[in-house]
Ligand binder design. Structure first.
Ligand SMILES: [Fe+2]
Length: 191
């Protein structure tokens, strides 16, 4: 691994960074139990295990003092009325933040604290979102045809806790309500 300064580019409209060490592809099957409409989820999965989102990582040591960065791409789509989204996670080291810079597309970041405080922020090109320590986060793509592309940076020691969200879900959901985007309470939250 390099220990000299380095640069890379993100040659939009192609969102693949010129330097990257790892490409993660998350399909519908990896989001089991996350979408509210379980019957529709099963039906879609039986038809095709669609690609929901991808991450390109620029690898650095996973230690405090380092910064991990990369590109997240959430593809357009819905399960029932619920838009395609990332699994979402708390950081294993809760007291670590994250910064997102939105490059392309439109969507929302759904966030909450372990105490159940919730926040949903719009993601639009050229905007920056600061996720403070302790806030779990999930990106949701609400465009009908365009990917949601973000650049993220977080501390090297943060780690990912996916299990808590897999178990309890997020308090808020982003849904298509007859062509209008709505943020609703998740009836299955912590149940
Ligand atoms: Fe994160």
């Amino acid at each position: 691994m390099f220990d000299a300064p380095f640069t890379f580019s993100i040659p939009l409209p192609l969102p693949i960074p010129s330097r990257q060490d790892n490409h993660i592809r998350r399909r519908l099957s990896s989001l089991k139990g996350q979408f509210l409409d379980t019957a529709e989820y099963k039906r879609m999965l039986a038809e095709e295990d669609r690609l929901v989102y991808e991450v390109y990582e620029i690898r650095r040591p996973k230690v405090a003092g380092e910064l991990l960065s990369g590109i997240s791409i959430v593809h357009p789509g819905k399960v029932g009325s619920e838009f395609f989204m990332t699994k979402g996670h708390f950081h294993t080291v809760l007291d670590t933040p994250e910064v997102y810079y939105i490059l392309k597309g439109e969507g929302f970041m759904v966030m909450e604290t372990p105490e159940g405080e919730a926040c949903v922020e719009p993601l639009l090109p050229n905007r920056v979102l600061y996720v403070p320590p302790r806030w779990a986060h999930r990106s949701v793509c609400t465009s009908r045809q365009d990917d949601l592309v973000t650049f993220f940076v977080y501390p090297g020691n943060a780690g990912h806790d996916y299990g808590t969200i897999e178990e309890q879900g997020f308090r808020k959901l982003v849904v298509d309500s007859g062509g209008r985007i709505e943020i609703i309470d998740n009836p299955r939250w912590k149940k």
